[in-house]
Write a protein that binds this ligand. Structure first.
Ligand SMILES: NC(=O)c1ccc[n+]([C@@H]2O[C@H](COP(=O)([O-])OP(=O)(O)OC[C@H]3O[C@@H](n4cnc5c(N)ncnc54)[C@H](O)[C@@H]3O)[C@@H](O)[C@H]2O)c1
Length: 438
């Protein structure tokens, strides 16, 4: 492990996949001085990006894309083979969703590698940034059948909502490969970024990513379990978790109670680690319990609503749909999971999220399963509601005029699944308040 003090390099990069990770990688790498060609099979996405229209919401990303396009250091194409043909390094940033057996579905990674295989120049380094289990780097090398191309694992740790900042100011860079010099060449691409660099073997790099995400999931579940204990014994979870987290061996980050964890990474990565461990002969029982406890957490939130209102026919205002504040991503969102369970119990849902527009909800699979009306603003969602559920921690929700909310709602019940509202102020206005462990 060493602090990054590498010489500045300017290389030709191809980035395959223009989603959260690929687009952030492409834009940030071009801002570091590299010439980047980013490809995606989604033609409308590439058309938009060529005009500077971003398909995702990420602070600072639009500016970097505009500047990259302006300097011609960033280009967008639909043909990955074309992008790869002039690259010194090709980054794979394609999805690794959950497969039917709970493991990582590597079909996108394999398809992308097959598409570029023949066009890679000798000496090119293929860098896998998609989250993939131990053994995937070796699998890619044997799929390529190109001994003249090195394959390196370089897992990405960015968080949606702060992707650019996390990419440019990471806690660490992890690069793994059979040949240390190929891994070091990839690390050198990040010259200019100040971070501790861990160069290791490929299986260790791949395992670091899964082990880190599963640990974060476990920490969140621990906070939720402590919250349940606090409710049972009459303690206040906010004080308890601060008191715990101030111990520097524990730390306050990710020690927050909530509706259960979700998003595009924690659920699939936790399940994939359980699955890949089982395949390798280890039963990761601890993580299986964590995943089960997280499912139960969604039900605990629904039970809090049911404690206040009779769910069949109840009109519920749901504030928040995105899986966290700062993003418009609905993938595996806890808010959507709670909406699903409330709807199954017969509730009628009116939802509002500052970043999620109605068409995104309508076009996603969600509305086929959950009849949710997307309101124009929070007040509209609250009109006539029997209970208000806060499911995503948008700061805007704290600033609402709750006098007005109280006038609009039919019954004054608040279920604050993020512990983000002012309990005393709401109670003074006549609301009942249910938080998590408060
Ligand atoms: N989203 C995150 O916060 C995050 C963080 C760290 C790691 N990861 C990992 O990074 C990987 C990508 O995640 P994401 O969130 O960026 O996914 P995403 O769905 O946002 O983007 C993936 C993109 O790849 C494109 N694509 C698929 N197959 C392709 C192909 N053959 N050629 C070119 N483009 C192709 C898709 O059209 C899509 O635009 C996953 O393995 C994920 O687990 C994600």
């Amino acid at each position: 492990m060493s602090p990054v003090v590498n010489r500045p390099t300017s290389a030709n990069l191809a980035v395959v996949g223009a989603g959260y990770v690929g687009l952030t990688t492409a834009a940030c790498m071009s801002s570091l001085g590299h010439r980047v060609v980013c490809s995606d099979i989604n033609e409308s996405r590439i058309d938009g990006l060529r005009r500077g229209d971003l398909p995702i919401l990420e602070p600072g990303l639009s500016e970097l894309v505009t500047s990259g396009l302006g300097s011609a250091r960033l280009r967008f194409v639909t043909d990955s083979a074309e992008a790869a043909s002039s690259a010194d390094f090709v980054f794979l940033c394609v999805p690794t969703p959950i497969s039917a057996d709970g493991g990582a579905d590597l079909s996108f990674v394999k398809a992308a590698a097959s598409q570029i295989r023949a066009s890679l120049r000798p000496g090119t380094v293929l860098v896998n940034k998609s989250t993939a289990p131990a053994g995937s780097t070796e699998m890619l090398a044997s799929l390529l059948q190109r001994p003249d191309v090195a394959v390196v694992s370089n897992p990405e740790f960015l968080r949606q909502g702060s992707a650019v900042k996390d990419f440019l100011e990471p806690d660490r860079l992890v690069v793994g490969a059979a040949e240390r010099c190929s891994a070091q060449r990839v690390a050198d691409l990040y010259a200019g970024i100040s971070a501790t660099v861990l160069v290791t073997d490929a299986a260790s790099a791949e395992t670091i990513k899964y082990a880190a995400n599963a640990f974060l999931a476990m920490k969140l579940t621990y906070a939720n379990s402590v919250a349940a204990v606090c409710e049972a014994v009459g303690a206040d979870v906010d004080d308890v978790l601060v008191g715990m987290g101030l111990d520097e061996r524990i730390g306050v980050n990710y020690l927050q109670p909530g509706p259960g964890w979700g998003g595009s990474c924690l659920p699939k990565d936790t399940l994939a680690l359980i699955e890949s461990s089982a395949e390798a002969g280890y039963d990761f029982g601890l993580l299986r319990s964590v995943a089960e406890a997280n499912e139960a957490q969604f039900d605990r939130i629904v039970a809090k609503v049911a404690h206040r209102v009779t769910l069949p026919g109840a009109r519920i205002a749901l504030l928040g749909l995105a899986f966290k504040a700062g993003t418009d991503d609905l993938r595996d969102s806890p808010a959507v999971e709670i909406a699903r369970r409330l709807s199954r119990a017969g509730a009628v849902l009116y939802a509002y999220d500052p970043a999620v527009i109605e068409s995104a909800v309508t076009e996603s699979a969600i509305t086929r399963e959950i009849p949710v009306v997307v309101a124009a603003d929070a007040y509209e969602a609250c009109r006539g509601a029997d209970a208000l559920v806060v499911a995503t921690q948008w700061p805007q929700f704290q600033q609402l005029d709750f006098d007005r909310v109280a006038q609009l709602m039919a019954k004054l019940h608040v279920i604050d699944a993020r512990n983000c509202l002012n309990r005393e102020a709401l109670q003074r206005l006549g609301f009942t308040y249910s938080g998590v462990g408060r």
